[in-house]
Design a protein. Sequence first.
Length: 471
Amino acid sequence: MASEGRRCIMHLDLDAFFAAVEQRDKPSLRGRPVIVGGLGGRGVVATASYEARRYGARSAMPTIEARRRCPPGTAFLSGRFPAYRATSEVVMGLLRERSALVEQVSVDEAYVDLTPPEGPLGWDDAYLERWCRDLLAEITAATGGLTASVGLAPSKMMAKLASEMDKPAGVTVVRPGEELEVLHALSVRAIPGIGPATGARLHSFGVDTVADLARMSEPDLVSIFGTAQGSALHRLARAEDDRPVVVEREAKSISVEETFETDVVDRGRLESELGRMSQGLARRLEKSGVFARTITVKARQHDFTTQTRSGTLPFATGDAGIILREGRRLLGSVDVTSGLRLLGLGVAGLTAHAQEELTLDTAYPVAGAVELPDVDGSTVLEDGVAEASSGVAEEPRAVPGRLLSGWRTGQDVHHDQHGAGWVWGSGRGVVTVRFEGPRTGPGPVRTFADDDLALQQADPPEWRDDPRGPG
């Protein structure tokens, strides 16, 4: 059996994933710049296609900045998370066919331990790179043309760094003994956990590359950053990373956030948003088969000052009414008079067992349909929604008995006469639809009244020959 130092770890990252799925499903967008993300004034870019990246667009950039950089004709779309999840399931299934040790860390990336006996091969296999190329070819065929990049290395950190070195559709191998040569040439920001603030602080000490960081002693790093972070930086700068590939990642928390188009001072509207969020959290708890004890409210003020309020129940619950009650109580301690730009609600302390609250005189309201104020349904959450199992940002959902407000650009629809298509744009009482799909050429564009009963929301189109779809 291979020793720990000879582990063969692969990191796979789907290339420009959200944008690539949109280009696959919308033939008229192939070869064009595509931005997926928040479309409102405060939205951010989730993914930019490689065509858009040529103009400087990138993930986490404000959408308004991406609009300034990209040329006319760039497609700005809201997310279609069911489509992304379906494609992700196909890819993860292919990985699990090849190794018993697959750790999915988000909808578009995973670690795979290739080391025998759990994995199919190791560093002694001469056809290692060819094996990876064959895998990428199968992924492209199974997903309707999407590509992925992989990195192979003896550790998770080095494998992830390697997967970024030859995008798109690249294979980069860092063999045992080559780690420091590769790592030390990189910017210090390549080290996991070193963000802009830590990077700026290191720069003030003359540390700009990982090689610079490796020359610092552990006591010096501890004196600057504290024991935990200082020791971690010392280890990682030397490529010391023995984290295993973990097949099951236990969820620690689930949360949802909403960024408003304009600052909200109306506490009633904020509590209505909490009502929508509590129902979504309850559905996700039920789907995961877990219950929560800790409730957290996150509030970001107009000046980006962020406050969090948490409370722990004496029992575990999955009831939307209880989550909403606690959320409202916690929000009550937050001053909202200057307006909130972001509101979040989360649950933690997850357990597989529920408990009932022992009380004689308290009855919790049943959370039914909550009347919500009009909001821009196309606005993607500023920080995303923390999906416990995959890191996927959740698509806005309708509260039972209430339709999603408006049509979202990029949304899948079906017209009784014209068939399947997607929303090209909407406003001023009309909606424009392009009728095409992954198996057609670029399709025609037609405009309808936005309340046309012949036009309905639809499931994502099927891109494979198997009509049963993913799974």
